[in-house]
Design a protein around this ligand. Structure first.
Ligand code: TUI
Length: 316
């Protein structure tokens, strides 16, 4: 059995977590992923708790299977979302973009399973000590806010540093990536970019088109000077961002340029002024499929690939 511990900690049929995408991962996508046997995730992003609560109740009408909310710790609403979730009907909490240590006791006390996203072994060790149930080790190939280390180097180092299950994220888009994650010691995977092309994903069609057209070199990282680097598809906004960064623009000026840009991309499909966050794996992706097809291709495809590789090895 591959990914045994990952399936156990999630209590799902497949060890596949849908990556949180701010303004994109809402109730319809999350419920579809959970119904298909993965773990569906509602992204709180920069939204207030009232929005998160509403999405949880909508998702709950669509599925009784495990659900998760991702708390984006840089959000101005992070605290109200974090504390509000204690009373909500979700089994899992994933955190991103910071250290959730101060909320751990409240979440654990409410029986939540907590899985922080970590970009380094130091934070992984701290999170295990704080009581995390599993970790999501996210490499710099991922879309959105990223750390420095690539998935290939990050996963085995984190796996060796902790004893709780580790899910791999960043650069995984098909069965080959899934199996590679297993080989590196991961117990499951988190996939974001591929779910942008799910039929159930409500993002603007122009966002899907941009992902389908993207090639391997079509993402870039903006925002390094602000301390919050973000991987996006190249477009007019991303280039303007880079130009301003090179000219030494202030953090305030850069943040103003970025404010609202993700929403413009996700809900209006504004190809010039929108921020199209995407992982480097976009170049591999071209097909729109259901969540069920995506999850089965990722997981069953990996099991089949493993069997084929074993046969290949047996043949000397
Ligand atoms: O969080 C993400 N990806 C995201 S969040 C997001 S919304 C946003 N928009 C604009 C600027 C910033 C964010 C879009 N994509 N991934 C998980 C992730 N977490 N990547 C890196 C980290 C991380 C970084 C530092 C986690 C912990 C951390 O800790 C630092 C500390 O405080 O110790």
């Amino acid at each position: 059995m591959i990914f045994q511990r990952g399936k156990e900690v999630l209590g799902t049929e497949f060890p596949v977590i849908q990556g949180a995408m701010a303004w994109i991962s809402e109730s319809t996508l999350a419920a579809a992923v959970s119904e298909a046997g993965g773990l569906g995730v509602i992204a709180a992003g920069n939204a207030p708790f009232s929005w998160v609560k509403e999405e949880i109740s909508k998702a709950r009408e669509m599925t009784k299977k495990p659900l998760c909310v991702n708390v984006m710790l840089l959000s101005p609403y992070a605290e109200e979302v974090a504390l509000g979730l204690v009373e909500e009907d979700v089994e899992f909490i994933i955190t991103g973009a910071g250290n959730p240590g101060k909320y751990m006791a409240a979440w654990k006390g409410a029986g939540k399973k907590v899985m922080p996203v970590v970009p380094s072994t130091a934070l992984a060790i701290r999170m295990e000590k704080s009581g995390a149930d599993a970790l999501i080790a996210e490499g710099t190939e991922a879309g959105g806010h990223i750390g420095e280390i690539a998935t290939m180097a990050l996963i085995p180092q984190i796996v060796d540093a902790v004893s709780i299950p580790v899910f791999a994220a960043g650069g995984i888009g098909d069965a080959r990536g899934t199996l590679a994650a297993w080989m590196l010691g991961a117990e499951g995977i988190q996939v974001g970019t591929r779910f942008l092309l799910a039929h159930e994903c409500q993002v603007h069609p122009k966002y899907k088109e941009k992902i389908k057209k993207a090639k391997d070199i079509d993402t870039m990282v903006t925002g390094r000077p602000t301390g919050h680097p973000v991987r996006v598809l190249k477009n007019a906004l991303a280039r303007e961002f880079m130009k301003k960064e090179r000219a030494g623009a202030s953090v305030e000026e850069l943040e103003e340029l970025g404010a609202g840009a993700l929403n413009l991309a996700a809900t209006e499909g504004d190809t010039k002024r929108g921020s199209f966050m995407s992982g480097q794996i976009a170049g591999l992706l071209s097909e729109e499929q259901s969540c069920k097809e995506i999850i089965q291709d990722l997981y069953i495809g990996a099991v089949e690939l493993f069997a084929a590789k074993c046969k290949e090895a047996d043949n000397g």
